[in-house]
Ligand binder design. Structure first.
Ligand SMILES: Nc1ncnc2c1ncn2[C@@H]1O[C@H](COP(=O)(O)OP(=O)(O)OP(=O)(O)O)[C@@H](O)[C@H]1O
Length: 302
């Protein structure tokens, strides 16, 4: 059953259309990813779901509630982890949780939440003295303190070290296993691949693909990528003229050729005909990263 329904959502900032007709449904119990480069419209989309921004077109329903009309009701079922949420430096972990808990009709047991998030020994620690990972865990705890049915997590692991990121991922899986539906906004491919049941790939205010991580990769898995170091210079057109070849990129001394069919054989034979030796020749696997580049023409690296 869909717990969130977004139809033809539009949001303008002045003359700039930040969200341009986005539609999707989130099923109860899933982790739904919204993945895209900076400025794609991800945060604006979730802010319209959260009722933090008014939309300029389309409709949004969360458990049948309209965020613009039913704000107070929505707040009782929706947990929000804001991007870079900052608390006053001197507020203690326990105080912050008790304060947030007071906003809800049936809040979670804060002791159990503190334990679940591994913050037992930090209850009396001021926010300003927590590590980045601990601050992040507290912000997740604050998103969960109202016992929400849906949690929206924006840029969950930005700025965390690799271990803290993995711990946070484990935590999010536990949250989902406890029955909370999660919308996860991210521009990290590995995070989306690891956590999400389905991913909406967003670019310039539109969804360019919506599928499981495996489904997204499969879209481009017909593609093959061949990487080599040529023994002599040559023009890209030599390879682009081959029907099997879609793209030719240069990466330092290496040439990376992407295409379908038997790219390897086609490239090798045209190079041989031109007396070029392909050293360090490798055929590479397609990843979600590649799927993203194929779908948007952009890399998520920035
Ligand atoms: N309050 C605002 N006023 C004007 N323009 C805005 C405002 N908020 C966002 N924008 C613009 O709208 C576009 C979409 O921004 P949004 O924050 O939704 O993207 P995003 O995909 O979440 O990016 P990021 O990963 O950087 O958070 C961007 O071009 C951004 O500059």
């Amino acid at each position: 059953m869909a717990i969130i329904e977004v139809r033809d959502l539009v949001k303008d900032y002045g003359s700039m259309r930040a969200v341009d007709g986005i539609s999707f449904e989130v099923e109860e119990g899933e982790i739904f990813g919204i993945l895209g480069p900076n400025g794609a419209g991800k945060t604006t989309t979730v802010e319209c779901i959260e009722g933090l921004r008014s939309r300029d077109g389309g409709s949004v329903r969360v458990m049948g509630l309209d965020p613009e009309r039913d704000g107070p009701e929505l707040k009782q079922v929706l947990g929000i982890q804001l991007q870079e949420s900052r608390l006053p430096d001197r507020i203690r972990v326990g105080e912050a949780l008790d304060l947030y808990a007071s906003f809800y009709r049936s809040p979670a047991n804060t002791d159990r939440l503190i334990e679940k998030l591994g913050l037992e020994r930090k209850r009396k620690t001021p926010f300003g003295k927590l590590s980045g990972g601990q601050q992040q865990r507290l912000s997740i705890a604050l998103a969960l303190v109202g016992n929400p049915r849906v949690a929206v997590l924006d840029e969950l692991t930005t700025g965390l070290d690799p271990q803290a990121r993995r711990d946070t991922w484990d935590l999010i899986e536990q949250v989902r296993n406890s029955g909370v539906t999660i919308i996860l906004v991210t521009h990290f491919m590995d995070e989306a691949e690891r956590l999400c049941d389905r991913i909406a790939v967003v670019d310039t205010g539109k969804i360019v693909a919506l599928d499981t991580p495996a489904g997204l990769t499969a879209r481009v898995s017909e593609e093959q990528r061949v990487r080599f170091r040529p023994s002599a210079a040559f023009a890209d057109a030599l390879l682009l003229d081959l029907p099997e070849v879609a793209r030719v990129e240069r990466s330092g001394p290496h040439v990376v050729v992407t295409g379908d069919g038997n790219v390897l054989q086609a490239v090798a034979s045209v190079l041989a005909r031109n007396q070029i030796v392909a050293a360090e020749l490798r055929v590479e696997q397609v990843s979600l990263d590649d799927a993203f580049v194929a779908l948007t023409g952009k890399s998520l690296e920035h």
